[in-house]
Structures are given as structure tokens and as C-alpha cells.
Design a protein around this ligand. Structure first.
Ligand code: F6P
Length: 472
């Protein structure tokens, strides 16, 4: 089997992995020959294009330092103040500063130069996420002819949002330099194909643009998953049980509604709190009977829009507390801190309702983890946003429009009163789907397609694969 080189902005560190990406890829790489490559997490004064390698929990990891200025332009700037909001259809929250593009390209170039001496013939290179769209172009300029795949963990944007991104044609041309582009959902493949079909016909000067040629690039949906069996075990582990006992003491007989999200405006947290407020306002009988626990570790907090989301949420939580709390009852707990997987698994299992209502999301692995952690004899109910990629595979969740807080409040009421039979029936099908879309199958199916002969000698074009069922 060829060696695998995984490239992503963040590399795994010691201790619990923060994002879904880190959790998913650590497992894949632990089972293959190869290494992980990306940013070291360190900011330095002088630029370097040398990688340092170390062994972290059984995985070889190559890391490159970045200067403060490069990191700002590449990460906080172009990646998270332009690409992230545009891909999540939040142009109102984007800061379009075109000069960040130079830093974004420079970092991609530097990563490619640092990786070059470590690439061997036959290696398969798997690049992850929007920080690294130009990475294949940079490697190709350096003469790399290996198979290179790209996986986008976030949703693909609509045409209007894409055209609002500075240098969008160059970025799409960068994508055409990959052999395989993996997207989360069929929705994303359709959006991608729309670009391929309707490329902007002219430049500002009126001279026709050469359209981007995707004839050598395969594009398909590979919905990412988690390891549901591992969560099932973790949820009854001693560490999980410790957290469950702590929480049970605080809850008494109250039913737990649980949200777990990075503190990000795409997660719909203010709308979620508003829906909960409506639930309590419209159903006086539920007061003292339910409790919302929202876990929201701060994220990207140097960016103004993230600070504002945090402030908005503080104010809303304060409002709900002021309105409904009593000396001996609190309607909700809001925790701005990250917890390890065992504690989360315990909380998922305890929660009668898993509330996963992003405004737009690539997949959402919390939905997968919640399902995996349930007690088959007495499972909870997943309330899930229609706009998460997960909605394409979890039809047995209660699907809601997260912008409609009345609808979410009503789904919460239904979830809290759902009879055991129906909970079991729904959960069984959800679990089957989580198993069918496990992280192992995701990586296997993607890597089988990326392998030198995975495309059977003839790469499918965007149109060939459009509307095919997801492959995982
Ligand atoms: O889901 C998108 C993503 O960028 C993941 O790749 C990553 O694990 C997570 O968000 C955390 O983001 P950041 O690395 O900016 O903290």
C-alpha cells in the first residue's frame, strides 16, 4: 500500500484533539505508513521552509513554523475572514481585504517547499480544507507528479458567494490541479457542478476568461463520519461515568438538552437559545423539568465577528437566566470550555435531546457522536438542522430549519415527549446510518478512489459524478 501524507493546517498535538478533523484523521494515519504535515502551532520572527518531525502518540508529524504576519494573513485573514464566511453564506460577516491573498498563497508555497524533500515516488498526498486550496498548484510547480487529493470539510458555496471571494477563478483553477476533490454532501457536489457549468464569462476588461478545465479532476461526495462503536464504549467508560454522576447530581429528574459546538457564528447558537427561550415561554409545565447545557469552547477569538458572537450569546444567556431562573432552579448552563471525548460521550448519553442546529455546516460530527453514545434501551432524540451535511444521511432525526426558532422550539417539545418505542425506532436507523458512514469507511472509500488506479484509468468528470449517491 502506498504511503499516505496527510496535509492540514492544524496538526495533532498531545492530549485530546480539538476539532473533528483531527479526531478523524488521527485514526486513519495510525493504521497506515506515512505522516501528517502542517503548521506547528508556533509563531516565530523569521520565516522558515524547513519542517521538523516528531512522533506524537504513534504518528509521525512534520511541522512548519509561521511568522506572525504570515499566519495572520493566511489564517485569521484570508481563510477565516473571507473563505469561511463566504463558504458558510455569511458575506455580511466577511471582511474582504484582498491583500491577505498574498499571505495565503505565500504560506501554501512555503508548506509545499517544506514538504517537497519528504515526498517519495508513489506517495499519495491528501490535503485537507479551505486553508490549503492552492497547495496542489504549489506542489505541481515544484515538479511533484504524485496523486494529490483535496477534501473540503466545510460546505461548498453558492455561485454568488463564490464570486464575492477575491481571486475566485484562481482558487477554482487551483482546485482543478487536484486528482480528486471530496466534498461532504451531494448538495456541495451540485454547487460545485454549477460553477463548472456557469463559469463567469468575462473579466473586468471584457476579454474572455479561459474557463477552468476540470476534465482531469474527479469530484464526489464522501460524507465524513465518526467511530460510533468507539463512542458507544466511551459513553460507559469510567471517565464518562464520572461526568454523568456529576451531572446527574445537578440535574435530579430534569431532562437534559445538550448542545456542543465551537463558538462560531455558523453554529446558530443565538437562534438555539432563542428557541429554548420560546420552549420555556410556551410550555410553563416544562419549567423545572428541563435543563439546557450548552458547551461552546471559544474559537478564532482574535477575529471581531467571533468576539461579537460571543458577546451576543453572553447577553442572550443572561436574558434567559434573568427571565426564567429562580433561587432554586436554573434553566440552563453555558460552559465556554472544551471537554475531552470521554466526558462528552457521557454527556451525550445522558442527554434526552441532542440539539445540533448549525445555520450551515459541512457535516457536523457532534450529530454522529451523539448517536453513537446513546443507550440502545433508552435512546435520546437528535434535533438536527436541515442545513448540516448530516441531514442528508440522518433522515430519522427531527429535522428543523434553525432560522425558524418556533419550529425548533416545537421540535424540542416533541423530542421531550417522544414515546420510548419511537425513540428506539428512530435511533436504530440513525445508528445504522452512522455505522454505514463511519470515519473508517470515509477514509477507505476516499483513499481507494485517490489510489493510483482508483479511478480505473479514466477520471470521471464533474458531470459524470453529479447526482450519484454518496460513495461512503
Ligand atoms: O470544520 C472546519 C475546521 O476548520 C476543521 O478543519 C477544524 O478541525 C475546525 O474547523 C477547528 O478550526 P480551527 O482550526 O480554526 O480552530
Amino acid at each position: 500500500m502506498s504511503r499516505l501524507i496527510v496535509v492540514s493546517n492544524r496538526t495533532p498535538g498531545k492530549g485530546p484533539a480539538a476539532g473533528g478533523l483531527a479526531v478523524a484523521l488521527r485514526k486513519t494515519l495510525a493504521e497506515r505508513d506515512g505522516f501528517w504535515f502542517g503548521w506547528s502551532g508556533r509563531l516565530v520572527d523569521r520565516p522558515t521552509n524547513q519542517a521538523e518531525f516528531e512522533e506524537i502518540e504513534g504518528i509521525r508529524v512534520g511541522k512548519v513554523d509561521l511568522t506572525r504576519d504570515d499566519h495572520h494573513a493566511y489564517y485569521a485573514g484570508f481563510s477565516n475572514s473571507i473563505l469561511w464566511p463566504a463558504f458558510h453564506l455569511r458575506l455580511d460577516l466577511a471582511t474582504i481585504e484582498g491583500h491577505w491573498y498574498e499571505g495565503y498563497r505565500r504560506v501554501n508555497q512555503l508548506f509545499a517547499q517544506a514538504l517537497l524533500p519528504h515526498i517519495e515516488e508513489g506517495d499519495v498526498i491528501w490535503v485537507h480544507d479551505y486553508h490549503l486550496i492552492p497547495f496542489a498548484t504549489e506542489l505541481r510547480h515544484l515538479g511533484v507528479r504524485n496523486r494529490i487529493g483535496f477534501y473540503l470539510h466545510i460546505p461548498f458555496p453558492t455561485l454568488d458567494a463564490l464570486y464575492a471571494i477575491p481571486h475566485n477563478t484562481e482558487l477554482m483553477r487551483d482546485l482543478s490541479r487536484y486528482d480528486l476533490i471530496g466534498l461532504q454532501a451531494n448538495r456541495d457536489v451540485s454547487a460545485f457542478a454549477e460553477f463548472a457549468d456557469h463559469q463567469a464569462p468575462s473579466t473586468l476588461s471584457g476579454s474572455p476568461l479561459k474557463s477552468v478545465d476540470f476534465s482531469r479532476t474527479e469530484v464526489a461526495a464522501f460524507p465524513i463520519g465518526s467511530d460510533p462503536e468507539a463512542f458507544a464504549k466511551l459513553a460507559v467508560s469510567p471517565a464518562a461515568t464520572k461526568m454523568v454522576r456529576r451531572m446527574q447530581r445537578a440535574l435530579g429528574d430534569q431532562a437534559l438538552i445538550l448542545g456542543v459546538d465551537r463558538l462560531d457564528y455558523s453554529k446558530g447558537l443565538p437562534q438555539r437559545v432563542e428557541a429554548y427561550e420560546k420552549l420555556l415561554a410556551n410550555n410553563a409545565n416544562l419549567r423545572r423539568q428541563v435543563h439546557l447545557l450548552q458547551v461552546a469552547p471559544p474559537s478564532r477569538d482574535t477575529i471581531k465577528e467571533y468576539q461579537e458572537t460571543s458577546d451576543t450569546l453572553d447577553a442572550m444567556v443572561g436574558r434567559v437566566m434573568g427571565h426564567f431562573a429562580e433561587p432554586d432552579w436554573q434553566p440552563m448552563t453555558y460552559v465556554k470550555r472544551a471537554y475531552g471525548q470521554p466526558s462528552l460521550a457521557g454527556l451525550y448519553r445522558l442527554a434526552r435531546v441532542g440539539l445540533v442546529t448549525p445555520l450551515r455546516d459541512g457535516m457536523n460530527l457532534v450529530a454522529h457522536e451523539y448517536i453513537g453514545s446513546q443507550d440502545p434501551r433508552d435512546p435520546g432524540v437528535l434535533v438536527l438542522s436541515r442545513f448540516a451535511g448530516a441531514a442528508e444521511i440522518f433522515e430519522d432525526a427531527l429535522l428543523v430549519n434553525p432560522f425558524d426558532t418556533d419550529e425548533t422550539a416545537e421540535a424540542l417539545r416533541l423530542a421531550l415527549s417522544m414515546p420510548l418505542d419511537e425513540r428506539r425506532r428512530r435511533w436504530k436507523r440513525l445508528m445504522e446510518s452512522a455505522q454505514a458512514h463511519s470515519v473508517d469507511r470515509w477514509a477507505e472509500s476516499y483513499l481507494a478512489r485517490l489510489a493510483p488506479n482508483g479511478h480505473n484509468g479514466k477520471p470521471a468528470t464533474v458531470r459524470d459524478v453529479l447526482y450519484l449517491d454518496s460513495v461512503a
